[in-house]
Write a protein that binds this ligand. Sequence first.
Ligand code: ADP
Length: 274
Amino acid sequence: GEALAVSARVAPLGSRLVLLLVEDLTEARRIEAVRRDFVANVSHELKTPVGALSLLSEAVMDASDDPEAVERFAGRMQIEATRLTNLVQELIDLSRVQNDDPLEDAEPVRVDELVAEAVDRCRQQAGSKQITMASGGTSDLFVWGNRGQLAAALGNLVENAVNYSPARTRVGIAVHRMAASGGDLVEIAVTDQGFGIPEKDRERVFERFYRVDPARSRATGGTGLGLAIVKHVAASHGGEVTVWSSEGQGSTFTLRLPESGVARGRTRGPRIVN
Ligand code: ADP
C-alpha cells in the first residue's frame, strides 16, 4: 500500500528510482520484522528456563521432607540456571560482535593459537564422547582482526562439530592460505563426521535461534546463537563462513579471513602515519 503510493507519486522520475524506493521500503519492513522476531525469540528463550526454575523451586518446597527428591530437583535447577547463564552470555557476545567495530583494536593473530585454543575449549566434551581432534595444514599463518572475536568464532565451529557428532568420530581442522583478488585469505576448515545438515536448513543455520533439531541443540546446551555470531565475526573482518554438508556423513564449516602478512614482514589494516 504505502510503497505503491510512493511509487505512484514519483513515477515521473523514472522507473529506476521507483524501483529503488520500493526496494528500500520492503527492506525496511524486512528489517523491522526480523527485529520483532528476534525480540519474540529472546523472550521465549528466556521464559523457558525461568519457568522451569520457578516450577522446580516449588517442587523443592513441596518435597522438603524427602531429601532425595530435593537433591534431584536442585540438580535440575542447576542445569536450567546454566542454560540461562549461557543464553545471556551469548546474547551479550552477539550484541558485542554486532555493535563493536572489531578492527578498532585489530592485530595480527596467529592462526595456530586460535586453533589450539578452540581445541582446548572442547577437549573435555570431545574426550567424554571419544571424539579425536586433529589439526593440520599450513602453520605460522596470521589473520588480521580482533583476537577475542576470532577465538569465539572458531571456538563455536569446533564446539558444534563435537556437539553434533556421534561418539568415536573425528573432528579435523585444516588451515590453508589461498589467493584471492583482494589479497590472500586464510582458510580454516572444520570437518566432522556428524549428523550433517539437511539441504533445506543449510543456509538458515546462520540465522539467530535457528536450529535443525531443537531438542538436540538444547540437550547439548546450545542457544541457537553460535553460528549467527560466527557469521557476524567473519563478515565484519572482511571474510565469510560457508558450510558444506552431507546428511548422515558430516559437515565442513569453512571460515575465510584476510591474511595479515606479519610473518612475511608486511601488515594489513589501518596504520598510523605521521
Ligand atoms: P546451537 O547453540 O544450537 O548449536 P548454532 O547457531 O551454533 O546453535 O547452530 C545452529 C544449528 O545448526 C544447530 O542447532 C544445529 O542444528 C546445526 N549445526 C550447527 N553445526 C552443526 C554441525 N557441525 N553438524 C550438524 N549440525 C550443525
